[in-house]
Design a protein around this ligand. Structure first.
Ligand SMILES: Nc1ncnc2c1ncn2[C@@H]1O[C@H](COP(=O)(O)OP(=O)(O)OP(=O)(O)O)[C@@H](O)[C@H]1O
Ligand SMILES: [Mg+2]
Length: 287
């Protein structure tokens, strides 16, 4: 379980400009075994938020707890899957998976066991000896997922993991991830640009607005779209509830997605921006 309370993050900028406030007042909860989606306009801080959760990036204010303890850095309980795969080209598939296991001083036999398990879970058993240049994009992303899984994390942090893939490969990998999550009880935070993907895969979806990146709504899909969804993707997509949920996210993004005029808040030295508000959709801004 991860709880995020009133998180904010700014980046310093050049030429005497005030800091750029990228994330502000972010609060949410990730329950054990939950599949949480994050969707929002480009630049609203999704990757920054994921890196903070992974312990790879610091934050300025707020409180993040992992199973009740303050987050202090990266840990084997949380692993990130990167959009660009981030594989080591000089290592084989098995070697790439092993890479994440080396720092802990794990016994060779245990490493071998975990590699085999991760290969089997991701359908890569026949490709252990292949190098990244010999793999398709979909297979590379499977290696990215296998490498994260081998560490045995409770939570996978996935940053647009299917963004670079064609529609068919994407669909197959979505099915893989559904099988993985619904079968193992792991938690996932999935950053995506794709409304269909978010509704199809996630239990709950956080919709973000930009400048600064903030949560504008949280949408629960579980009441209307039952699990398991693996093997039923095409069926789920035909449900009126599915289409309504996609439409709801679309409206929210249309309302909050366009970055407003950016200006520097001289008082606090941060960038603020106007954004259309109001409307008929209930959002966190209304609170
Ligand atoms: N290390 C950094 N130094 C300065 N600014 C940064 C840094 N990392 C990110 N930013 C800025 O923070 C903002 C949010 O970036 P981030 O990559 O988190 O956005 P995002 O929501 O993931 O966007 P996208 O959907 O395009 O991937 C951007 O304005 C970006 O320029
Ligand atoms: Mg990003």
């Amino acid at each position: 379980m991860i709880t995020v309370n009133d998180l904010s993050r700014s980046f310093s900028r050049r030429r005497g400009d005030g800091p750029l406030r990228v994330l502000g007042n972010i609060s949410f909860e990730l329950k054990d075994g939950e599949f949480l989606g994050i969707i929002g306009p480009s630049g609203c801080g999704k990757t920054t938020l994921l890196k903070i959760l992974a312990g790879l990036s610091r934050y300025d204010d707020g409180d993040i707890r992992v199973n009740g303890l303050p987050l202090t850095g990266p840990g084997p309980d949380r692993r990130m899957v990167f959009q660009d795969f981030a594989l080591l080209p000089w290592r084989t598939v098995a070697g790439n998976i092993e890479f994440g296991l080396e720092p802990g001083g794990m016994a060779r036999k245990e490493r071998r066991r975990r590699i085999d398990e991760a290969l089997a879970l991701t359908g890569l058993a026949a490709f252990a000896g292949y190098y990244p240049y010999q793999l398709s994009g979909g297979m590379k992303q499977r290696v990215g997922v296998a490498r994260a899984l081998a560490v045995g994390p409770d939570t996978l942090l996935m940053d647009e993991p299917f963004g670079a893939l064609d529609a068919q490969t994407r669909r197959l990998l979505q099915e893989d991830v559904l099988r993985l999550v619904e079968g193992t009880g792991k938690s996932v935070v999935l950053v995506t640009h794709d409304m269909d993907e978010a509704v199809l895969l996630c239990d709950r979806i956080i919709v973000m607005g930009a400048h600064p990146g903030r949560i504008v709504a949280e949408i629960d899909t579980t009441a209307e779209l039952a699990r398991p969804r693996r093997g039923r993707v095409e069926e789920v997509k035909k449900l009126p509830a599915y289409q309504r949920l996609v439409g709801e996210i679309w409206s929210l993004l249309a309302l909050h997605g366009e970055p407003g005029p950016v200006e520097v808040d001289a008082g606090r030295g941060s960038i603020i921006a106007g954004n259309a508000g109001g409307g008929g959709v209930s959002t966190a801004d209304d609170a």
